[in-house]
Design a protein around this ligand. Structure first.
Ligand SMILES: *[C@@H]1O[C@H](CO)[C@@H](O)[C@H](O)[C@H]1NC(C)=O
Ligand SMILES: O=C(O)CCC(=O)C(=O)O
Ligand SMILES: [Fe+2]
Length: 384
């Protein structure tokens, strides 16, 4: 590829369909004319239960979701197409389905190496409670309301079939898109944004970066960029959220902002409540999905995996399998050192944070100072 073309793709946030052409899902999930292969999907996943959102209904700032048998969703989708994309049930969008976790043995896709330094999934796989690997399937006209991704992570999204239109706002632009009360819009294209009495700063916002993503292409969404997404055809996509040494500091800033917002919310209870700081952490965990002690644990798991690879190399078991340590070793020693340096920066900031220090840290093992010490020693030895 010419350098010019490469820069063009980078600028447009798009990776060409070359990057997905050997994926199992690109071959098997799609009919000869580029439509979802409903029969194949039913045969493989018919018994699954999947999360489905109704795009026509707004509940707070998202669409209400229900769990449906995959079979029933496909039946609905076929009828919706037959009925010229109308249904009394509304426009239903299957989203945030953890398909890889439910069907690990299926040959669906492989994560491109550019997106493989992925601390989020490395951590949540390690504690075996969740992951951030999703499948989306929706008819023409289904869409995702305005949002930024979990923990301000990066996201990549690959079209298995169909096309998407993305409206992307660079990080920070959302300040101009807030209403008088500081709330973000549900639909960034709604005419009410033009109303200065409701959205006083809208006229200072830049128009969004608009991209159309074709079948097979992968879109990269930078950290903190808000976006709204439309399926222009019947579309299936695979998406991961991920965090690594390049954006973990953004995640940490986000968590501090989230805690500050919770503290403002329950400020009036600060004096009467003696466990106010703990309550703030509990609320933060339920709203955001993580609290400060778990963030420490996250950094610890990431750090220890890298220290182990640097100190011991790979044992045969780890290199044979698709383990996180094998992935760390594929990216090389210098990358592991880079990760550790970024971890030191964020851990140093976390350890010095007043809200963190107010928590009961006796349960943390090792304690933050010991972990930092071990990290710095591992970096020094690796660079010798
Ligand atoms: C936005 O509108 C306000 C009030 O009409 C005006 O003072 C300001 O210059 C406008 N800003 C831009 C960037 O158009
Ligand atoms: O494809 C969609 O509908 C939404 C995807 C999305 O928001 C993302 O990949 O971050
Ligand atoms: Fe998103």
């Amino acid at each position: 590829m010419l350098l010019h073309d490469f820069l063009f793709y980078l600028w447009r946030f798009i990776f060409s369909s070359k990057f997905t052409e050997d994926w199992g899902s690109r071959r098997s999930w799609v009919t000869w004319d580029g439509k979802p292969d409903f029969d194949y999907l039913l045969q493989k996943f018919g018994e699954a239960v999947v999360p489905v959102a109704n795009c026509d209904v707004k509940e707070y700032n998202s669409n209400p979701k229900e769990q449906l048998p995959f079979k029933e969703y496909i039946k609905y989708w076929k009828e919706y197409i037959k009925n010229d994309y109308r249904s009394s049930r509304g426009c239903l969008y299957l989203k945030d389905w953890h398909l890889s976790r439910a069907f690990p043995e299926q040959d669906v896709y492989t994560t491109p190496v550019y997106f493989s330094s992925d601390w989020l999934n490395e951590y949540w796989d390690a504690i075996a409670v969740d992951d951030y690997r999703f499948v989306y399937m929706g008819p023409k006209g289904s869409w995702t309301p305005f949002h930024a991704d979990v923990f301000r992570s990066y996201s990549w999204s690959a079209n298995i079939c169909g096309r998407k239109k993305w409206l992307l706002y660079p990080a920070g632009q959302e300040e101009y898109l807030k209403d008088r009360h500081g709330n973000l819009p549900f639909d960034v294209t709604a005419p009410s944004l033009q109303d200065r009495s409701v959205y006083p700063r809208y006229n200072q916002s830049q128009p969004p970066v608009e991209i159309v993503q074709e079948a097979g292409e992968i879109v990269f969404i930078p950290s903190g960029w808000h976006h709204q997404v439309y399926n222009l055809e019947d579309t299936i996509s695979i998406n991961h959220n991920w965090v690594n040494g390049c954006n973990v500091a953004i995640m940490w800033c986000f968590l501090q902002d989230e805690l500050a917002a919770v503290q403002r919310e329950i400020n009036e209870w600060k004096d009467p409540m003696d466990d106010w700081h703990l309550q703030c952490q509990l609320i933060m965990k339920s709203c955001t999905g993580i609290d400060y002690k778990e963030f420490y644990n996250f950094l610890k798991v990431i750090a220890e995996n890298r220290i182990s690879v640097l100190e011991n190399g790979l044992d045969d078991e780890a290199s044979a399998k698709n383990t996180p340590k094998a992935a760390i070793s594929t990216l090389g020693m210098l990358h592991a050192v880079f990760d550790l340096k970024r971890t030191v920066k964020v851990l140093t900031s976390l350890s010095a944070n007043e809200d963190f220090k107010k928590l009961d840290l006796t349960s943390l093992s090792p304690p933050p100072e010991a972990l930092l010490h071990h990290l710095k020693a591992a970096i020094d030895i690796a660079l010798l």
